[in-house]
Design a binder for this molecule. Structure first.
Ligand code: ADP
Ligand code: MG
Length: 311
């Protein structure tokens, strides 16, 4: 496991909105690596900074401090044109709301090929249209729909258009920012399965963002739990579900809806109250308590967590 290839390395990034007295620290000293071919999850409640992290990776948001390395190359801050183009091509994003993220006035073939035209202006119309067709087929859309407008599609189909737009770039990393949250519950599994199929077929690496832990178990290899812009726990998926240490992780786990209504009624929802941490003198840090399992806490909490992992 130690010799896996790191595709993306996020090192101590912080991201602020605004400045001076109005500064808001949206992301605070966040670090993680994503290995080639894995699905890395980021989970946390709404407003915890997940989208901000995703947008910093593909350069939509500037970082305030820290480094982001893609294949060992720094991609945040000032970079040269060649690197910028590599990011534009190799890191793609799938957005949360397929109703809002597509240009209503453009036809589907234009929407899907827009990024491609920017990165590969040398491709002629015939090649482009062939690539659009192939991308549509890959995501389960009929190529004859290429000349239709977004409003003619359902939410699930629109999300497939958004995914085709990413896939056509032949990316290495896809940031899927709550890609199924806005979709009808009945079609979520289809879209997830399609994403997993695409990953297998194209050797893709995913950063998968979600606001709860309900589906992450099925798709993520490792998960980072964020609370108010900080990672509070990071572990392999099965390890995290079996031995959640941080109280915020435990609260997220307790909120997963159960399909069985009787069990659901019996389940107790753990409420997380951040004021439980007294960090006034005993300062917190990230520590690896089991191989690959990191948790944020101070000395007193670490001792408690260490007891928990031994149970
Ligand atoms: P998440 O994706 O986890 O819901 P976001 O990354 O969208 O969280 O936002 C993190 C925090 O940053 C939120 O409190 C949000 O209100 C704030 N924020 C996001 N975008 C902006 C912005 N452009 N200007 C100011 N604050 C912002
Ligand atoms: Mg978000």
């Amino acid at each position: 496991m130690m010799d896996r290839e790191v595709l993306l390395s996020v090192k101590n990034i912080s991201i602020d909105y605004g400045s001076g007295k109005k500064v808001f620290h949206a992301v605070k000293d966040v670090s993680f690596d994503i290995y080639k071919g894995e699905t890395f999850g980021i989970v946390g409640e709404s407003g915890s900074g997940k989208t901000t992290i995703g947008r910093a990776i593909n350069r939509i948001n500037p970082t305030t401090s820290g480094d982001i390395l893609f294949k060992g190359k720094k991609i945040n801050g000032k970079i040269d044109k060649v690197t910028d183009r590599m990011v534009t091509e190799k890191i793609q994003m799938i957005f949360q709301d397929p109703m809002a993220s597509l240009n209503e006035r453009a036809k589907v073939d234009y929407i899907i090929s827009e990024g491609l035209v920017n990165v590969h202006p040398e491709y002629d119309a015939k090649k482009r249209s062939e690539m659009v067709k192939a991308a549509m087929e890959e995501v389960g859309l009929l190529p004859e729909f290429a000349s239709r407008f977004p409003h003619e599609f359902s939410g699930g189909q629109r999300q497939r258009i958004g995914i085709a737009r990413a896939v056509i770039m032949n990316p290495e990393l896809i940031i899927a920012d709550e890609p199924i949250s806005a979709l009808d519950v009945s079609i979520r599994a289809q879209v997830l399965n399609m994403l997993m199929k695409l990953q297998k077929e194209n050797g893709l690496t995913y950063l998968f963002i979600a606001h709860d832990l309900s589906v992450m178990r099925f798709i993520c290899d490792r998960i980072a739990v964020v609370h108010k812009g900080k990672i509070v726990e990071l572990a392999e998926t099965e390890e995290l579900y079996a031995h959640p240490l941080h109280p915020y992780t435990r609260s997220l786990l307790s909120a997963i809806p159960l399909p069985n209504p009787i069990l659901a009624k019996q389940k107790k929802h753990i409420v997380y109250d951040p004021s439980m941490h007294d960090y006034s003198t005993d300062k917190p840090r990230m520590e690896e308590l089991r191989p690959g399992h990191f948790v944020y806490g101070n000395e007193k909490e670490m001792n408690e967590y260490k007891r928990m992992v031994k149970e």
